[in-house]
Design a protein around this ligand. Structure first.
Ligand SMILES: [Zn+2]
Length: 430
């Protein structure tokens, strides 16, 4: 059900609750450094990545393929982590432009639920007139259920604990370490590219971190999962936005293990708190023929209200807000549908945004302005979390299972949209 948060936001503006992006521009000024808080916000701590890896569902492999001279018989081995696979054969005659399914012209180990193993054979039941063939082996398992199980609450918790601490340009050490942490994770999971997108703002050197997982059919078409990694000063920023940063890292760990038709980019944005600087830089530098198909922006995804402390706040519930402009309803309802079907424990409040500036208070806004479909995924920020922009925004206040369910819904949504590849093909020219 769609409802508007406008009244609540209006109320909040009246009562002068701060905004998520800080409109005030801080000039670099070393005499004005914030004091470092005790304990949790040590900016020179060493960050270590989680040591548990992702268990993947491998694509089937075709090995030792032997085709006899006239293409009447094919023999091969199938290796897969499932017991059975689907096998199909496509063919093309001289002069044809397209392949057609010719499985019915063959008998033997062809069709659905063929046991994996060695010495599979398929034989033509009539004279084979096809001079080109494609043998396709498809994993039959429900990838969604499989993937769901691999999203790790422990890794999310580890990331949030590691990243929490002041990540502000006036204290560049932890901010730098955070960029390196993200880039190292992108490299560890062997993304096709892990880039530092540098820019300067008010004489400060800043940088987004961008990871690319290339699609194998339409690599120009890209889905983006993003979150800002900077914090305001004087807060460890666990919910805002170590939670979102942990979300992109965990989504990357899972999605990087699979092949997709379209590309997927994972982006950590810098200087969001200074007025969406990093995401504006990124969107401004997109060339006019970019092909960004959809964006999911995590802005605080760790705080469901489950305690007395936030019960008197307007959004004191346990849902995640999925917000988009009316023109991007298709992406929003896709996220809702996937969540409802596969992650029923996650309560999603789906909201159609109007012109209220509160709906534009994070890195999805520059994409909206460029007419790119984007979701604003948030726990409600200052409208729910009493620790918002406070020294008390610490990992202990968060619910990692809530974050995990949001990441799981995002992973499955992007997996569907980007078109996961469940099939291995071998082309045969006679
Ligand atoms: Zn934020």
């Amino acid at each position: 059900m769609v409802f508007t948060l406008k009244f609540i936001f209006f109320l909040a503006v009246l009562t002068n609750i701060g905004s998520c992006t800080n409109d005030k521009i801080f000039e670099p000024n070393t005499s004005n450094l914030p004091s470092i808080m005790d304990g949790s916000a040590d900016p020179i701590k060493k960050l270590t990545s989680p040591n548990t890896n992702v268990t993947i569902n491998n694509l089937p492999k075709i090995e030792n393929l032997v085709v006899n001279e006239n293409g009447q018989q094919l023999s091969f081995n199938i290796i897969d982590d499932n017991e059975s696979v689907g096998i199909t054969l496509y063919g093309k005659k001289p002069g044809d432009t397209d392949y057609v399914n010719i499985s019915e012209l063959f008998t033997g180990d062809i069709g659905t639920h063929i046991a994996v193993g060695a010495n599979k054979t398929i034989t033509s039941i009539e004279l084979n007139e096809y001079n080109e063939m494609a043998l396709r082996v498809t994993d039959l398992e429900d990838f969604k259920l499989d993937i769901l199980k691999t999203v790790s609450e422990n890794r999310i918790q580890h990331d949030i604990q590691q990243l929490s601490g002041i990540r502000h340009y006036a204290l560049p050490q932890l901010l730098n370490q955070t960029r390196r942490y993200i880039k190292k994770e992108f490299e560890k999971y062997q993304l096709d590219a892990a880039l530092i997108h540098s820019f300067s703002w008010n004489s400060i050197s800043a940088a987004n971190v961008v990871g690319h997982h290339k699609g194998n059919i339409n690599d120009n078409g890209t889905y983006i999962i993003c979150a800002h990694f900077d914090s305001v000063r004087n807060t460890p920023g666990a919910d805002d936005n170590a939670s979102g940063t942990a979300g992109i890292l965990e989504a990357m760990r899972i999605l990087s293990q699979y092949e997709f038709k379209n590309s997927i980019a994972f982006i950590g944005f810098d200087l969001e708190e200074q007025g969406l600087i990093g995401s504006k830089e990124y969107v401004n530098e997109l060339n006019t023929n970019h092909d960004i198909l959809g964006v999911i922006n995590f802005e605080m995804i760790g705080y469901p209200c489950r305690s007395a402390i936030c019960q008197d706040l307007p959004l004191s519930d346990t849902s995640i807000y999925n917000i988009a402009l009316p023109e991007f309803t298709a992406l929003r309802t896709k996220f809702d549908a996937i969540g409802n079907e596969y992650v029923p424990k996650l309560k999603i409040t789906s909201v159609e945004a109007d012109n209220d500036p509160n709906f534009r208070r994070s890195d999805h806004a520059p994409f909206w302005s460029a007419n790119i479909s984007a979701l604003f995924i948030t726990d409600g920020a200052n409208f729910r979390n009493p620790h918002y922009h406070q020294t008390s925004d610490t990992p202990e206040t968060l619910d990692y299972n809530f974050t995990k369910n949001i990441v799981a819904t995002t992973v499955l949504t992007v997996m569907d949209l980007a078109g996961i590849n469940r099939t291995t093909s071998v082309h045969i020219t006679l």
